[in-house]
Write a protein of this length. Structure first.
Length: 261
């Protein structure tokens, strides 16, 4: 059986969470899915590969192995909507971002949702909690970077083309302002378009774990996939990724260095 996640322990105050990179599906779930959904179109393709350099910075990394269609690790276990007035994609989604059905038959019932939360969702969040507690005990503070990507154009979720770098701090509540400003300054100095607390302000992970008053600071970065992929094929583009890492690396260094300085 495939592990729920892969974890790499680091030495710095930083944990990088990658909750939507997973592509695995249990066979019983896959058998019920439509062909369109089985292609996993809403995956955060290759984000763990993109961020592999973070381990060189001493970061811990937590990378989910199962698809967000099994359970969305960036949604609350109680499945409340995160963005008022926006389409809610759900804890155990029934539709793709494009609005297509995920299941050809036998939609997910409440018992199955509970079982998926226990099997896949809770272990991931237990690991975030225990890792942040260990980091905070060791360093006196902890930093959580939630790494995501999404197609540049998703009409059902947002208008037009998304900026390339979308930083979120839950409206300034999940991270100390001086830390967020230093990270945003790096984004602003780059050649990429960026926004802070725009359409994507941070999902459950950022909102739940970010607690600046107790020295836990969390940020989400939602990347438009055009900056490191061939969006038509979802193939990793090594040239684009190398260029992007030239901005991501100093962003992570600003995130960690701003608290230590």
């Amino acid at each position: 059986m495939i592990d729920v996640f892969n974890f790499y322990e680091g030495t710095s105050p930083l944990l990088v969470s990658v909750p939507h990179d997973g592509i695995h599906l249990p066979s019983d779930i896959r058998a019920r899915m439509t062909p369109a959904a089985a292609a996993l179109p809403d995956t955060d393709w290759h984000v763990a590969e993109l961020y592999s350099f973070a381990r060189e910075l001493g970061a811990s990394m937590l990378v989910a192995n199962y698809s967000r269609y099994v359970v969305d690790l960036n949604r609350p276990a109680t499945d409340e909507a995160l963005y008022a007035g926006q389409v809610a994609t759900g804890l155990c989604p029934l539709q793709t971002f494009a609005g297509e059905a995920i299941y050809a038959s036998t939609p997910v019932n409440a018992d199955e949702v509970s079982a998926r939360v226990e099997r896949y969702w809770r272990p991931y969040h237990d690991k975030i909690s225990s890792t942040l507690a260990r980091i905070r005990e060791r360093h006196g503070f902890a930093l959580l970077w939630d790494a995501h990507s999404i197609a540049s154009v998703v009409p059902r979720l947002f208008d037009g083309e998304l900026p390339e770098l979308n930083l979120g701090t839950n409206g300034g509540r999940s991270c100390a302002p001086e830390i967020a400003e230093r990270v945003a300054d790096v984004a602003a100095a780059s050649d990429y378009s960026h926004v802070v607390n725009g359409r994507f302000q941070g999902g459950y992970i950022t909102r739940h774990y970010g607690d600046p008053g107790n020295d836990v600071h969390a940020m989400q970065l939602e990347l438009s996939q055009r900056v490191y992929l061939n969006e038509a094929t979802t193939a990793f583009d090594a040239r684009k990724a190398s260029r992007l890492r030239g901005t991501l690396r100093p962003m992570l260094e600003a995130f960690t260095g701003s608290k230590e300085s």
